[in-house]
Design a protein around this ligand. Structure first.
Ligand code: KG4
Ligand code: ZN
Length: 340
């Protein structure tokens, strides 16, 4: 089976073509056009502008993805698309394009929740040798704990099967990615903040600044990151940027690792899957790897390019889902939750 996946929930216009030959899900092509550099000029995402960039990119990105896959449209078995959550203007571009293609190419349409899609990057067979120990052969097995760390979400869920998962907790205010982004802004660094903070952190001392680790000792699976951002805002001398970056990163990583391991232990699972843009953070991955190794837990983290928004994760999730009876009935849902 060959699935074409479309992702346009925010500022990335993405299309990928995946196949599940021999029960392994592999990537035939994976094209991402991003308007992040344009958004960076304004210090964050302007929804109207992101939507206009989506419209410009969607057809060229789909065409490039088809071409790179070496397959023609006739060979595609189904179309998958992100229908929420995200920016409504951006989502509409992907959803309406996917509906139109499903109609004119006469293909089934599979709607995918963007947040669930992030987790499914862990079901794609790596096509290159992984750079970190966290990548293991094979795919996750159930039950497993899922940690979603993206720009808008920080959630812990318990998966018992494909499509069967329970919400354990999440952030009460800012998401981990949002905290990286807001702290970067306070340091005068460009958007998105995560990659630049982690780069600067390599040269800094993570113990230089005493920053709070909100809710790290709470017995639940909730998070709070807004206090960390406020603590950074209150630092008067921000000249030691690398030290500050390292201290911010360490505070975020400490909380994410502690809560994830706490969930793994409470539910006695043997697999931990991590997803979302912040999973591209190598400090987070290496600290999770150390904790998981000592408890014989299999850790799954997608390669960095599959952590941030892409079409491959959407197509991957679609292999485990049903197509709509009526493709034209699909509506974009900007407020779609992970657990509905
Ligand atoms: O999953 P994603 O691409 O988009 C959403 O669905 O939100 O996540 C974007 C977030 C941004 O907040 C960005 O700063 C963060 O992921 N991010 C990182 C890294 N790369 C991206 N955070 C920390 N370290 C990174 N290397
Ligand atoms: Zn995302």
């Amino acid at each position: 089976m060959i699935i074409l996946g479309i992702e346009t929930s925010c500022d990335e216009t993405a299309c990928a073509i995946l196949t599940n030959n021999d029960k392994r899900i592999t990537i035939l092509s994976n094209i991402v056009a991003s308007s992040a550099l344009l958004q960076a000029k304004y210090g964050g995402i302007i929804p109207e502008q992101a939507a206009r960039e989506q419209i410009k990119s969607i057809i060229p990105v789909i065409e490039e993805s088809l071409q790179a896959s070496g397959h023609r449209q006739q060979e595609i078995d189904a179309i998958a698309v992100t229908y929420g959550p995200g920016l409504i203007g951006s989502l509409l571009v992907g959803v309406e394009t996917a509906k139109t293609l499903a109609l004119i190419w006469n293909k089934p349409l599979i709607p995918v929740n963007h947040l669930l899609g992030h987790f499914y990057a862990n079901w794609i067979t790596p096509t290159h040798l992984p750079g970190v120990k966290a990548h293991l052969e094979g795919v996750p097995s159930f039950p497993c704990i899922g940690l979603l760390v993206s720009g808008g979400h920080t959630d812990l869920v318990l998966f018992t099967d494909h499509g069967k998962y329970k919400y354990l907790g999440g952030t009460r205010d800012d998401a981990a990615g949002e905290c990286f982004d807001k702290c970067a802004r306070l340091l005068g660094l460009p958007y998105p903040g995560g990659p630049i903070i982690s780069k600067l952190a390599q040269e800094g001392n993570p113990k230089a600044f005493k920053l709070p680790r909100p809710m790290i000792n709470s017995k639940d699976f909730d998070f709070s990151f807004s206090g960390l951002k406020t603590a950074v805002a209150n630092i008067t001398d921000k000249s030691k940027v690398a030290d500050l970056a390292a201290s911010i990163q360490q505070a975020i990583v400490d909380v994410l690792v502690k809560k994830s391991i706490q969930a793994v232990e409470k539910y006695q699972v043997k697999n931990l899957i991590v997803a979302g843009g912040v999973a591209a953070n190598q400090k987070l991955v290496s600290e999770l790897a150390v904790s998981c190794q000592s408890s014989a837990i299999r850790l799954f983290v997608p390669p960095p390019e599959l952590c941030t928004d892409n079409g491959a994760m959407i197509a991957s999730a679609a292999f485990f889902q049903k197509a709509l009876k009526n493709p034209l009935s699909l509506q974009a849902d900007p407020n779609l939750a992970l657990v509905t």
